[in-house]
Design a protein around this ligand. Structure first.
Ligand code: C2E
Ligand code: MG
Ligand code: MG
Ligand code: MG
Length: 288
């Protein structure tokens, strides 16, 4: 019986692998059309200045508005886009759509975009991003690029040169998901970061877990001494927000402030708060 069970288990395992492979191939072929058709769209997650409570900008997050399957999150397609090299087109498409959407947003609002480590192997990446800035008229000074730690060292010299070109234009650089990667501290010196983003895996539990609180406090202090402001991601309740304010994190984001939302929803929110610039003589500076 054990033998049969074992065999069955293997049979089941094979079938599930087959399904996984099938699903992956479906994603791959779907993506090829989805990118040019702009089914991959930017969603926006609010980032808040913790000291004042004011909206400071948004992180741009990829979503697939699938005509049959509805809204699909990035975990389901970003890895496939990376493996197939489609990430380059996907990313530039998202960035372009985000910049265009943000054209009548208040000029104090920033955008943070995620760049995959794979893109840091493209020697022309900086030029491509700068071209999209120029074409859409979005100011470089309002753009922050988020890079995760994973495989940052694959080609460090190239990554450094790309990042150098971005920074020359006034684009800022954030180290994303800090603390989750390999050799986090080494990365801090490898590239000229302007900000550290503390991963949500530490942030969500600071009120229940003293170790998490200690880690977040240590990261904030580290940021302080390196002159790098921190952004805490994954803030889901007011207690956590209060703790982070006490710890001295500069910015926060998370479901407490709202789920990532479409460009249309952002417009609505900004209109309510007087943060849309009218396309006439502008004085829409009233806040909230
Ligand atoms: P990330 O850059 O660390 O983005 C934060 C993720 O945490 C987002 O998930 C966001 O929706 C989620 N999140 C934010 N606040 C909360 C919270 O309070 N609680 C919880 N439980 N989760 C929260 P999302 O949108 O699924 O993105 C996952 C990852 O996919 C991102 O992690 C980023 O690494 C990647 N990604 C997203 N868009 C892009 C893109 O355009 N290009 C690239 N290369 N990667 C992207
Ligand atoms: Mg990010
Ligand atoms: Mg992050
Ligand atoms: Mg994260």
């Amino acid at each position: 019986a054990a033998k049969t069970a074992g065999r069955n288990r293997f049979a089941w395992f094979d079938r599930s692998m087959e399904h996984a492979l099938q699903a992956r191939n479906e994603v791959e072929s779907g993506l090829r059309d989805a990118i040019p058709q702009q089914q991959i769209v930017p969603y926006f997650e609010q980032q808040v200045d913790l000291a004042t409570g004011q909206l400071s900008g948004f992180e741009v997050l990829a979503r697939w508005e699938h005509p049959l399957r509805g809204l699909i999150g990035p975990e389901a397609f970003i890895p496939v886009a990376e493996e197939t090299g489609m990430i380059a087109d996907l990313s530039l498409s998202i960035i372009r759509q985000a910049f265009l959407a943000a054209r009548d947003w208040h000029p104090s609002l920033t955008l943070s975009v995620n760049i995959s480590p794979w893109q840091l192997k493209d020697a022309w990446l900086a030029q491509k991003i700068i071209k999209v800035l120029t074409e859409t008229g979005f100011p470089a000074s309002r753009l922050e690029v988020e890079i995760t730690e994973s495989s940052l060292f694959d080609n460090l010299a190239l990554a450094q040169s790309i990042v150098g070109s971005l920074k020359n234009q006034g684009i800022r650089l954030a180290l994303d998901d800090f603390g989750t990667g390999y050799s986090s501290l080494a990365h801090l010196r490898a590239l000229p970061f302007d900000r550290i983003k503390i991963d949500k895996s530490f942030v969500t539990s600071i009120c229940e877990n003293p170790e998490s609180a200690a880690i977040v406090t240590a990261i904030a202090k580290l940021g302080d001494s390196l002159n790098l402001p921190t952004t805490a991601e994954g803030i889901e309740d007011a207690d956590t927000e209060e703790r982070l304010r006490g710890i001295g994190c500069a910015k926060g984001q998370g479901y407490l402030y709202g789920r990532p939302m479409s460009a249309a929803k952002v417009r609505q929110l900004l209109a309510e708060r007087g943060l849309l610039i009218a396309s006439g003589p502008t004085d829409a500076r009233s806040v909230i």
